[in-house]
Design a protein around this ligand. Structure first.
Ligand code: ARG
Length: 461
């Protein structure tokens, strides 16, 4: 009966596990993804057991060698995963014992699968966090590079999706950049709480062996140790935080997606997305569909769903470990896969967006985007802002009636609304004038955005 989980805990049982229950309770099909981190944790644990004299140095070494052998088998694709062995932990331990004999059975001294699995997930998520941070940086760099080329490319800025004021394409991209900087900060912050070691909590109460948790933590690169054994085995806050950070990040990507999709439509026609990121229609020959942003927008739903799953999973759980926790892995893995894929796709696609500067400019000229500039002009000449607002409103109404932009009205036409208006008004009615006038931290003036890009590079370095 060596190939059955019950050999690891079956002493008090009088009948075999129901075969459906065995399959129902098994997690190996998905938690085998934690194999490398499980082995990493076990090697550190065995090292500590030897160093503390809990097992002999020879036994410790034999276990470590055996674990490395198991690892190579997995790497070579030779390892046979068995559902009867329930989960990744027992599959690996069972193979270890098959390889090195009874000494393998000493590995689990002073440890439980409860603190083992919590440790595995943290090691795994720490690595995934680092990969996500690298992908975020790649995307941020791509945005900065693209922005750098477009501080003078003018487009309409929107509120309520109605033309509001002229901005540069670079300024818009830098707004996305800011979202992504906050995302990085959140993952960096969460990493500190992921990077705490549960090992040593054992089943829930700690262990009777003279373990050295500080040593194991150091071997595994943990920056701290879970300070309460009950909390150590049951805490999944770090996973929820990770999924929450991922959800906010996906929400950002979905907003970017939505804009790219709009911009790609024939009605906006603001950007060209290279063909390699799009697909066609099997019926409509003219179609070029923005599949990548559409899918990222759609995949955001999965990540939100996983966050809700994790929150609901932990809700009302009594201390300490409960089998419920086994359900944490699939949503978490799905968050990692979905987020990673979305970041790769965006990192590839975004720097390759080609803005259609002429179309953007024409669109900006259409929507009375410099109306606020005219009001500001009048205020600077002494008119209170509310009155200026009224004057410009009437000028816009004339423009609408005539079907022309403010800059296309003659000086005489403009002066009928206020004699404060002089020929210098046309400087502030141009798109360039409007942009240049907003030259302060966070403003859309090319000079301000250039500085923001430069500083952006330092902020992510
Ligand atoms: N497969 C389990 C999980 O993912 C490992 C821990 C099981 N512990 C237990 N006492 N049944 O949570």
């Amino acid at each position: 009966m060596t190939d059955n989980a019950s050999t690891m805990w079956g002493g008090r049982f009088s009948e075999a596990t129901d075969s459906f229950v065995q399959a129902f309770t098994a997690s190996v099909n998905f938690d085998k993804r934690l194999a490398y981190h499980d082995i990493q944790g076990s090697i550190a644990h065995a090292t500590m057991l030897g160093a503390c004299g809990i097992i002999t140095d020879d036994d410790s070494q034999a276990i470590i060698d055996g674990l490395n052998q198991v690892k190579s088998e997995i790497e070579r694709g030779e390892f046979v995963w068995k559902i009867e062995l329930e989960d990744v932990h027992m599959n690996i331990e069972s193979r270890l014992t098959a390889l090195i004999g009874d000494v393998g059975k000493k590995l689990h001294t002073g440890r439980s699968r409860n603190d083992q699995v919590a440790t595995d997930i943290r090691l795994y998520l720490r690595d995934e966090t680092d990969k996500i941070l690298a992908l975020l940086k790649r995307l941020q760099t791509g945005l900065l590079d693209l922005a750098d080329k477009h501080t003078d490319t003018i487009m309409p800025g929107f509120t309520h999706l109605q033309t509001a004021q002229p901005i540069s394409f670079a300024h818009h991209l830098m707004a996305w950049f800011e979202m992504l900087v906050r995302d990085s900060q959140r993952f960096i912050d969460t990493r500190h709480r992921i990077n705490q070691m549960p090992l040593g909590s054992a089943a829930l109460a700690g262990t009777t062996y003279p373990i050295d948790r500080a040593m194991t933590a150091e071997l595994l690169g943990f920056e701290g140790i879970c300070q309460n054994s009950l909390d150590g085995v049951s805490d999944r806050d770090f996973a929820i935080e990770f999924a929450s950070n991922a959800s906010i990040l996906m929400m950002h990507l979905s907003r970017m997606s939505e804009e790219i999709i709009l911009w790609m439509s024939a009605q906006f026609d603001f950007v060209q997305v290279p063909d390699r990121f799009c697909t066609g229609s099997s019926i409509m020959p003219q179609k070029k569909n923005p599949d990548v942003p559409e899918l990222v927008r759609g995949k955001t739903a999965r990540v939100f769903g996983s966050l809700t799953t994790l929150l609901t999973l932990m809700k009302s759980q009594p201390l300490a470990y409960n089998k419920d926790n086994q359900e944490d892995k699939e949503p978490l893995f799905d968050v990692v896969d979905t987020l990673t894929g979305s970041l790769i796709a965006f990192g590839d696609m975004l720097p390759n967006l080609v803005p259609k500067a002429d179309n953007m400019r024409q669109a900006t000229l259409k929507g009375y985007a410099t109306a606020t500039d005219l009001a500001d002009y009048l205020v600077k000449k002494g008119l209170p802002f509310r009155d200026a607002h009224e004057v410009v409103g009437r000028a816009v109404a004339l423009g609408v009636a005539k079907g022309v932009d403010l800059a296309q009205l003659s000086l005489d036409e403009l002066r009928q609304f206020s004699d404060l208006i002089d020929s210098d008004v046309f400087d502030c009615l141009t798109l360039e004038g409007s942009l240049n006038a907003r030259n302060h931290i966070g403003g859309t003036a090319p000079q301000a955005v250039k500085l923001a890009i430069e500083q952006g590079r330092e902020r992510i370095s």
